[in-house]
Design a protein around this ligand. Structure first.
Ligand code: F6P
Length: 498
């Protein structure tokens, strides 16, 4: 049945954007959704009522409603690993026992922060958060976005196994005043454990007599953390059913709660919870994550777009494109459906982006005149993140809106080099301000959009087997050196003297 639905979707007439506006006076209103301090404008996408209906039909055939209910009820939705995906329970929307477990974890997190603030670990002024992928990207984004006006602890996030990152992070930190937070769902990740060992060495070298006494572990594998040397009282264990790239809401968010304060962390969770409720209850054609997924699928499936770009017209959100790369590509970059059959159509597009206005002077040439059709997402805040001349913020917003208009309207010219084809799509998300609750809602929006895309395609967005092979081969190289690999790899290993 879905093959017929996809054929129907691909067969829906694509109309030029300008025509869509001419045909429908109410288009802006129809294609705009206000939710939780976010204003979503989908009017400059090619979605139109017949297209939305075709996608809604597919949603009904694949039972998007049922999949959504199963997600929120804590059913096994990660079928390849036999697990639920319970990140929404961390913000209060999930199975009762999972929500209760999340609340108990929050109480422990809060208690530990109080104890640290009260001086039980010494005079802690810095937090060095060590993790990678989902155990780093969320905290890094949130601290960068929300901690600019001051942090209760000076917090740095280190992920790369290249110790230059660690060296840079600890520069200016006092070892005796530094808490090390080791964040790893599995507590087996090589990069994280290597960085953690080196951080302990740095504490020792800095005169700390009991380095383990300055360590907390954020993990779903407490036994492994204990084995590694962390005292049980300083482990904040989260549920196995919370996926790594969905884990900033649980104890992986510990440095966020510590640096920004508990009230801010609760606001972040509540903002996300509001978006959960919107995703659960809004009709499909007024549902921001679902409409965004319809547009994503139109471009990837019917128009052959291989990438989608997001530009944050706000320095505070400059790390969002990095965060979304993991969320979207690790979730939906798959070639098989959840039951192992070949997908047989494109999966997630490459997700990339940058910061406006900088990107205008670097990559927008291709967006306006290149041969690729790239759906663009603009993200901007009504309120600036600074007290300088308000002219800066006006210029930022003017540029953001001008780019969307230019991509859509284009301009014909007899001179090919100076003509703009136009009819290039964009979505604009205008937020009231960069606050914990709005950023929480924004990230939850992206999570649900990713989930809706996955359900419509039949993908399991919660596993990531694609990353395993490279890890195994790296272990083989570490153990065996150049022997036993293809000639090119062996030559590289030998040339590097490994
Ligand atoms: O290798 C990919 C991955 O498993 C991600 O999914 C995860 O976020 C990251 O590694 C870190 O894993 P962990 O939190 O277990 O250290």
């Amino acid at each position: 049945m879905t093959a017929a639905n996809w054929a129907a979707i691909e067969g829906v007439a694509v109309k030029p954007l300008q025509k869509l506006f001419e045909e429908d006076d109410g288009r802006v209103e129809r294609m705009t959704i206000e939710q939780s301090g976010l204003h979503f404008d989908f009017a400059k996408t090619h979605l139109h009522p017949a297209m939305v209906s075709a996608f809604a039909e597919l949603a009904s055939v694949v039972d998007l409603d049922g999949a959504r209910d199963r997600l929120f009820s804590g059913d096994v939705v990660n079928v390849t690993e036999g697990r639920a995906a319970e990140h929404t329970a961390e913000r209060g929307n999930g199975a009762a026992d999972s929500v209760a477990q999340a609340k108990a974890l929050q109480a422990r997190m809060r208690g530990l922060i109080d104890v640290i603030e009260a001086g039980a670990f010494g005079d802690i002024r810095h937090i060095l958060h060590i993790g990678i992928g989902g155990s780093a990207l969320g905290p890094k984004l949130l601290i960068d976005a929300l901690g600019r006006d001051g942090q209760r602890f000076d917090t740095k996030v280190v992920s790369n196994v290249d110790a230059s990152a660690l060296a840079e992070a600890v520069r200016g930190m006092d070892p005796k005043a530094t808490l090390i937070a080791i964040a790893s769902k599995t507590f087996t990740t090589t990069e994280t454990l290597m960085n953690a060992e080196s951080a302990l060495e740095w504490l020792r070298d800095g005169g700390v007599e009991d380095p383990y006494g300055q360590v907390v572990a954020l993990t779903a594998a407490p036994d492994k953390a204990i084995e590694w040397g962390v005292d049980e009282s300083r482990i904040l264990p989260f549920a196995e059913s919370v996926g790594g790239r969905y884990s900033l809401w649980c104890s992986i968010g510990f440095p966020v709660a510590a640096a920004l304060g508990w009230v801010a962390f609760e606001e972040l969770l509540e903002g996300a919870a509001e978006m959960d409720r919107h995703f659960r209850t809004a009709p499909l054609d007024r549902n921001a994550p679902v409409l965004a997924a319809f547009a994503d699928l139109h471009y990837a499936q019917a128009r052959g777009c291989q990438t989608r770009a997001i530009f944050a017209y706000d320095e505070r959100l400059r790390l969002l494109p990095d965060y979304l790369q993991q969320l979207e590509m690790e979730s939906n970059g798959k070639s098989v459906t959840a039951d192992g059959a070949l997908l047989g159509r494109p999966s997630a597009p490459v997700s990339w982006g940058g910061v406006g206005t900088d990107a205008q002077h670097a990559v927008f040439q291709l967006l306006h005149q290149g041969t690729h059709l790239i759906p663009v997402e603009f993200l901007a805040s009504k309120t600036p993140g600074h007290d300088f001349d308000p002219g800066h913020h006006e210029a930022l917003l003017i540029n953001c809106f001008a780019q969307g208009a230019a991509l859509m309207q284009g301009r014909a010219s007899d001179d090919g080099a100076r003509s703009y084809p136009g009819d290039r799509p964009s979505t604009t998300i205008l937020i009231d301000d960069v606050t914990p609750s709005i950023v929480g809602a924004l990230i939850a929006f992206y999570e649900h959009r990713t989930f809706a895309n996955a359900v419509l395609l039949g993908i399991n967005p919660f596993d990531q087997f694609g990353v395993e092979l490279g890890k195994e081969i790296a272990k083989g190289i570490a153990q065996n050196g150049p022997a036993g690999f293809d000639a090119s790899t062996s030559a590289l290993i030998a040339a590097a003297g490994l």
